[in-house]
Design a protein around this ligand. Structure first.
Ligand code: NAG
Ligand code: NAG
Ligand code: NAG
Length: 777
């Protein structure tokens, strides 16, 4: 493998020559120049300015086809009419007809460059006229100029055998255009493109020449088709590109790319150290702890030797993040603390700030682990720590960190139930920063924040819209993790409306290769499990639910996302409630509540638990016992503006009022909140509120005199609300709720004296029951 030169680079050189000879018409300059630049400029620079539509489909190893596609479409500006740039290109390509011509080709590359002052002077002394004013010459320091110079130098440095290998690879690479080329130039001989053989044939005869060809070039076998067409330079570029992609998108290398890449690497004697880093990333994503650990060590062993120890802190940082990902929290914290002190020593502010930011987030997620170390006082109290990070990030110009600390502040305010205005202010600040600095990768956290903010304010469709905006506009620039989270959130919203199949479709539609990453895959699997569990619970298929639960509950330990763990626990409580095991359900709520107080967790979760407890007391037949709990939930929710939780808590309060025979008050509350609760598009909440309303009206009807108009009116209202509750229950396929509503309807009909209708409804009730029983089996 050569260090730099490959046949496709010769092609690029020819293309550059075409350009300087002004054969490229003005209208086609742009596509051709961008094609060349695409090959010369490092991938990192390129990806920032690239528009997504062009140039992405180019093969990594440029074959002749890529040149043909580009050039055949453009007519040449000079020369014979009817000739395209492709013809001119081939002409130059086939003019290199021997190893000697290849040497001349490279030696003559200096003609493309602008002359230095000394050269001009020398030329004028020896009488060579300066090039005409309007000819295109390349500045020596331009990307084109430096590429041309480097190619020349690299060729001169090649050993003879390498130059020969390049020549052979070049003839093989060019071979695809032979048919076209000979047809176009009618009557070219058998040895076109190889002057040595062509000249020799007259002397030696055909057979001897063919033998010589076989000896010189070997059979053109298919195996080494790519031999010599890749250089170390290409491999390094490819590695950089892959590492960048993996870090940007959080994917793994697709298997077919990896296999091809391995075979290319196999040719090379030198293994670039970056390939260890690539292996490290891939093994990490695959969840293979020992291998990733090995490769990380190997990578830093190599790089540490070559460069000084200035990068030591990055090794430590990678190690810490790796260990945290595999659940070795104590080791991770130790490594990160070491990172902090090394970064301080080396005065690497960027690394230091990143490490502190990481420690902050880690501390939020694992308060117990961080408590044991002395790192908690490194950042002081939580809020001060964030403010410190924000100021430092601003000073050092780390925009990403600045934006993320603003978002963290907003999140902290939100989960503590502080002022909504302040939260929005922080979000706006970070939004401005993101737009200002064009930080596409930050779009995920930003929109997630908006989405959850609107969900908390009870406007479901705005929340959904932000998810959709992210998925359709920003997903391709950011980590796959973000895409996964947003898709799960959308699926969650769909589940609340009973559209289970659509939700599943959304999850199944995610990119298969990205899901090969171990963590993402685990999350994805669990989320599917949660949706199926929800459906099973509502359809009253308790045995199926039991099985799913027993699997999901194993994951509620420390290694899982805390929101998902909470959701699973809530579903467990619902399962116990449906099994009418109220004691266990209550015990579980108590257990979760005590765990929560220690962590100072999100208020929203606290309110949810309190409301569940109050409703559970109602189910146990002693609703009054839940009164203080329900009122507390409502007041917390009101203060923190957790609107959907507020409606749920007020529903619980109304239910208690009904049990105290305060039907009027209960109905008043419910009638006030239901229209707003409907905005949240949560069918089970809606159904619950309607069914409470039915109870309240039923109570009022009972208070009215028998046979009075008032009673009749109240009963009619009851029927109306039963229908609404029933339809909400049907949306989410909640069999038990549907049964309950049917039974109530049948009872009312009997009271009113509509015997036939009552029987009909009783029949419908029995059918539903049967269906539920069948589902059980
Ligand atoms: C190479 O350059 C020299 C002068 O610099 C010129 O005479 C010669 O024709 C060139 N050869 C080719 C193949 O262009
Ligand atoms: C929908 O309402 C139910 C019942 O109040 C509640 O348990 C569930 O958490 C709510 N869903 C969302 C997404 O808030
Ligand atoms: C229901 O009955 C109550 C008295 O028990 C009465 O005040 C109220 O107006 C009635 N509601 C309707 C809609 O008739």
């Amino acid at each position: 493998m050569t260090r730099f030169l490959t046949p496709s680079k010769v092609g690029i050189l020819v293309l550059i020559e075409l350009y300087t000879e002004a054969i490229v018409p003005t209208s086609s300059t742009l596509p051709i120049l961008s094609f060349i630049l695409n090959q010369l400029v490092p991938a990192t620079v390129r990806s920032q300015s690239r528009d997504p539509t062009s140039s992405q489909t180019l093969p990594f190893i440029l074959d002749l086809k890529a040149f043909e596609t580009l050039l055949a479409a453009h007519a040449a500006a000079s020369g014979l009419p009817g000739r395209s740039l492709w013809d001119h290109f081939l002409k130059k390509l086939w003019e290199i007809d021997s190893l000697d011509a290849l040497h001349t080709f490279f030696a003559n590359r200096t003609n493309l460059l602008a002359k230095t002052r000394d050269e001009i002077k020398k030329d004028s002394e020896s009488g060579i006229p300066p090039p005409p004013e309007d000819s295109i010459v390349l500045s020596r320091t331009s990307p084109f100029g430096s590429f041309v110079r480097r190619s020349k130098v690299e060729f001169e440095r090649l050993r003879f055998s390498d130059a020969l290998a390049l020549w052979k690879a070049f003839t093989r690479w060019r071979e695809g255009s032979r048919t076209y080329w000979t047809r176009r130039n009618g009557g070219l001989g058998r040895w076109a493109g190889d002057r040595a053989l062509e000249d020799g044939e007259e002397e030696w005869g055909t057979d001897a020449t063919e033998l010589l060809e076989l000896v010189a070039y070997g059979g053109l076998s298919l195996e080494d088709e790519t031999a010599g067409s890749v250089s170390t330079d290409d491999v390094e570029k490819l590695l950089e590109f892959q590492v960048e992609q993996m870090q940007k998108l959080g994917n793994r290398v697709p298997p077919e790319v990896r296999d091809k890449f391995q075979s290319i690497l196999g040719e090379s004697i030198m293994i670039p150290s970056l390939s260890h880093y690539l292996n490290f990333l891939d093994a990490w994503r695959a969840g293979d702890y020992p291998t990733s650990f090995d490769n990380l060590h190997r990578y830093f062993d190599y790089t540490m030797q070559n460069r000084d120890r200035l990068f030591y802190q990055y090794a430590l940082m990678n190690l810490a993040v790796l260990q945290a990902d595999f659940g070795c929290f104590d080791e991770a914290v130790a490594a990160m603390l070491e990172t902090v002190s090394t970064a301080r020593e080396n005065k690497d502010m960027a690394c230091l700030n990143f490490a502190l930011n990481w420690l902050y987030h880690f501390g939020k997620a694992h308060p117990d682990t961080i408590k044991g170390t002395d790192s908690s006082n490194m950042l002081g109290v939580e809020r001060e720590g964030l403010a410190y990070l924000r100021v430092k990030a601003k000073e050092t110009g780390m925009w990403t960190l600045w934006g993320s600390s603003l978002l963290s502040e907003a999140k902290l305010g939100m989960s503590n139930g502080e002022s909504i205005a302040t939260t929005f202010e922080n979000m706006l600040k970070s939004s401005q920063l993101i737009v200002d600095k064009n930080m596409k990768t930050m779009m995920g956290p930003q929109l997630a924040m908006y989405s959850s903010m609107w969900a908390r304010l009870g406007i479901s469709h705005l929340s959904r819209q932000y998810c959709q905006i992210f998925l359709s506009c920003h997903a391709r620039y950011t980590l796959f993790d973000d895409t996964l989270r947003f898709t799960c959130r959308l699926a969650h919203l769909l589940t609340e409306k009973g559209r289970y199949d659509e939700a599943m479709e959304k999850l199944d539609g995610l990119d298969e290769n990205s899901l090969r990453s171990w963590k993402a895959n685990q999350y994805w699997l669990r989320y599917r499990g949660v949706i199926r569990l929800k459906r099973d619970l509502r359809r009253n298929q308790l045995d199926g639910a039991d099985q799913l639960l027993s699997q999901l509950l194993q994951f509620t330990g420390t290694d899982i996302d805390s929101d998902l763990a909470f959701e699973i626990n809530i579903l467990h409580i619902e399962y116990l409630t449906r099994r009418t095991d109220y004691r266990a359900a209550l015990a579980k709520i108590e257990q979760m509540a005590t765990g929560m107080k220690e962590d100072g967790d999100d208020l929203n979760l606290q309110v949810k638990l309190l409301t569940m407890k109050a409703l559970l007391q109602g189910k146990c037949g002693r609703p009054q016992k839940g009164f203080s709990v329900a009122v507390r939930a409502a007041s917390i929710a009101w203060r923190a503006r957790l609107i959907p939780s507020l409606w749920a808590a007020m529903g619980a309060v109304a239910n208690i009022l009904t049990s105290l025979s305060e039907f009027q008050a209960s109905a008043q509350i419910l009638i006030a909140i239901i229209p707003r609760a409907l905005e949240y598009e949560n069918c089970s909440l809606n159904a619950q509120l309607y069914s409470f309303l039915v109870d309240a009206f039923m109570g009022m009807a009972g208070q009215a005199e028998a046979g009075s108009i008032k009673r009749k009116e109240n009963l009619t209202k009851c029927l109306e609300y039963i229908d609404r509750a029933f339809s909400q229950y049907s949306f989410i396929e909640d069999i038990k709720g549907q049964c309950e509503m049917m039974a109530k309807k049948a009872t009312i009909m009997r009271v009113v004296g509509e015997k036939v209708l009552a029987n009909d409804y009783a029949g419908a009730y029995l059918d539903l029951k049967k269906e539920a029983a069948l589902a059980q089996v």
